[in-house]
Design a protein around this ligand. Structure first.
Ligand code: ASP
Length: 438
């Protein structure tokens, strides 16, 4: 059996955390490949090493002195090294970053050194081989991940080695220069390693015991989701339930490798298991898997009598958004109405021209603009099969006198997206969660 483990920044923020991580890895000989992030915050208000590296780059670009920030970075690693009695020459490696930046190295090179140095320390501490991610993760000249080459080269390399540490977050371009993923991208590295190693499971260790059915800042003690499908996760993440980088799902989902979200500080918790399909006899505690929401949307609705018998209105409506380079989020529609739900950010500065284009080109009977909307996603694989879920949701919201602005049940039937006034967002989440709580 092969397990790939990825540890986030808070899991590796200091020597004490390194010890916890080593205990977890060494407790199971199947944990063969390890992907570390850079050291994160040790306490609130602390610096993430990655942020310090971006700062170093900015200072170097501005021709200012980088000494103080680099010293801070070196000190973070030195402390870990000294407490764990390691030998790696951190000072020399940090000096090298300075030299490379002075010679014009890129921002991605700077940012990637957080994972690189952490990987070197962790490999030494565990007695595992260190594999530089630049040798096994590849991007194209344009900076797009070359998934096929990565899988082939990394697959061969991992097959040859026993146990290894591969730093997260970066790889290399054809000219050998370093390229990083977007922030939080070590999750993607873990996923690529799991696929290349043909792992049985991808364990993603962080500082929470998995996904919760709702945001704990809004709902008291929400349940931990034990099992969730990749598709459900996609719907919840879209609404901002961010534990895992969204691009991390694809490589493992494609090869059917489950992801287990675990808590480094509470290794006894089972966490959340993300799978492609749930066992037929699996019974979750709640009909819904989770509810999440976000403010910052608006809706534009047109009404035109006999719209359903006229060709091209929908296309022309959407074309106006396309022409203005505006992505739409949802498209609830009725017999004579059509609504586009859009994020406020996307339409900023363009609202007047969009509304007048709709008026002039489509001549609707009415044109309505609703600002200050929040969207809620109620997600659950069982919703499609159990009658009455939508009814329960709307009855509960109605009882609380929450006005529902839009409804969209995705055709996948694993989610219902509801638009409410922003001021009702948190209340709606609480009401829906409590309706399905056992
Ligand atoms: N260290 C990088 C960041 O802070 C990548 C990661 O942690 O996944 O975004």
């Amino acid at each position: 059996m092969i397990k790939v483990t990825k540890f986030g920044g808070s899991s590796l923020a200091d020597a004490g955390q390194f010890k916890k991580v080593a205990d977890i890895i060494l407790a199971d000989s199947n944990r063969k490949f390890v992907v570390p992030s850079a050291p994160g915050k040790r306490f609130s208000g602390d610096d993430k090493v990655t942020d310090l590296l971006y700062k170093t780059y900015a200072l170097a670009c501005a021709g200012q002195d980088t000494g103080e920030v680099l010293e801070k970075i070196a000190a973070r690693y030195e402390e870990i090294k000294n407490e764990l009695n390691l030998k790696a020459d951190i000072r020399a490696k940090v000096m090298r970053i300075k030299e490379k930046l002075e010679a014009g190295a890129s921002v991605d090179y700077a940012a990637s050194r957080g994972e690189y140095l952490n990987g070197i320390l962790l490999a030494e501490y565990l007695g595992f081989e260190f594999i530089d991610a630049a040798e096994v993760i590849f991007f194209t000249e344009e900076g797009v991940l070359d998934a096929a080459k990565t899988n082939a080269v990394m697959g061969k390399r991992l097959a040859k080695c026993g146990k290894a540490v591969i730093p997260g977050f970066y790889g290399s371009k054809p000219d050998g220069s370093i390229k990083t993923f977007s922030r939080g991208g070590s999750d993607i590295t873990g996923s690529l390693v799991a696929r290349a190693a043909k792992a049985d499971i991808y364990e993603n260790w962080t500082d929470v015991s998995g996904f919760l059915a709702a945001d704990p800042r809004i709902v008291d003690n929400p349940e931990t989701i034990k099992y969730i499908t990749y598709k459900e996760l996609r719907e919840l993440s879209y609404m901002g339930a961010a534990v895992l980088h969204q691009d991390a799902v694809f490589p493992v989902a494609q090869s059917g490798i489950p992801i287990n979200i675990r808590n480094t500080n509470k290794p006894e918790d089972d966490g959340t298991m993300i799978v492609s399909k749930l066992a037929d006899n699996y019974k979750s505690d709640m009909t819904i898997t989770g509810v999440a929401g976000h403010p910052g949307y608006c809706a534009i609705t047109i009404e035109k009598s006999m719209m359903n018998s006229k060709l091209g209105i929908g296309r022309r409506f959407l074309e106006i958004f396309e022409r203005n380079n505006i992505l739409f989020e949802h498209l609830p529609s009725g017999v004579d109405t059509m609504t586009a739900v859009i994020s406020v950010k996307a339409i900023e500065g363009k609202l007047d021209s969009v509304l007048s284009a709709i008026q002039d080109e489509l001549e609707p009977d009415s044109l309505e603009y609703v600002p200050n909307l929040a969207l809620l996603a109620v997600v659950g694989h069982r919703m499609a099969k159990s009658a009455g879920t939508a009814g329960k949701i709307f009855t509960a919201l109605g009882k609380e006198k929450i006005n529902i602005r839009t409804i969209d049940q995705g055709s996948s039937e694993i989610s219902i997206i509801i638009g409410v006034d922003e001021e009702n967002l948190e209340k709606s989440i609480r009401v829906i969660h409590d309706t399905f709580k056992n």
